[in-house]
Design a protein around this ligand. Structure first.
Ligand SMILES: [Zn+2]
Length: 214
């Protein structure tokens, strides 16, 4: 999954407005940020098969970022860090749990689209519902998740009306990214794909910071 992951950030912002949007946009992709770094470092393994429908990625070994136990550890760490950085006064647990849930949402949303590559325990018992094999359905799901969650946030009391237009621009940018990655040329090699994905994962939070104005 790609931009659909950001739906969890927009929903979490509505639930816990004390968390900056840029933090949530980074949190929902943080396991993919480490996946990209681990692929470049040779710690996890993947390859490209342009013959596959929907998404050319063959994710053969990623126990440290995309197994269920690893995801839970990443999300617990994020929750603790979030409380340390942003919880002031009351309801610290709510803030920590919201950030942890944003990180954990990555695994659940990946579960819908990935082909059997998400380990339930380390690199074993791999699962994935494989919606990538139905590319148009996967694309529709990404767009629906994104648009629905942006609407939910934009018209909520926590998002100022004066910043609605900026949020719409962010949403449009994400839509363009999804469309380009879905219908554009398949990347020539894995390294180029990973580097461009990492750039997106860092630029989207920056755009979120601009959209929120803080
Ligand atoms: Zn992922």
């Amino acid at each position: 999954m790609f931009v659909g992951h950001y739906c969890a950030a927009f929903v979490a912002k509505r639930i816990e407005p004390r968390l900056p949007l840029w933090t949530l946009l980074l949190a929902v992709q943080v396991v993919d940020v480490f996946w990209g770094l681990f692929i470049l470092l040779g710690i996890e393994r993947a390859s490209l098969d342009p013959g596959l429908p929907g998404n050319p990625l063959v994710l053969s070994f990623m126990p440290y970022t995309h197994s269920l136990p690893a995801t839970l550890l990443w999300s617990a760490a994020a929750g603790v860090l979030g409380v340390a950085l942003w919880a002031r006064g009351e309801h610290k647990l709510k803030l920590g749990l919201t950030l942890a849930a944003a990180v954990a949402s990555h695994w659940l949303l990946d579960l819908l689209v990935h082909r059997h590559d998400l380990g339930l325990w380390g690199d074993a018992h791999k699962v994935g519902l494989g919606l990538w094999d139905l590319p148009m359905a996967a694309y529709a799901l990404e767009i629906l998740l994104l648009a629905g969650s942006v609407l939910l946030l934009a018209f909520s009391p926590v998002w100022p009306g004066s910043r609605r237009r900026a949020l719409a621009v962010l949403c449009l940018g994400l839509l363009v990214l999804q469309t380009a990655s879905q219908f554009g040329a398949t990347p020539g090699n894995l390294k180029a794909m990973v580097v461009s994905a990492l750039a997106v994962y860092l630029l989207v939070p920056l755009a979120g910071r601009w959209a929120e104005g803080k």
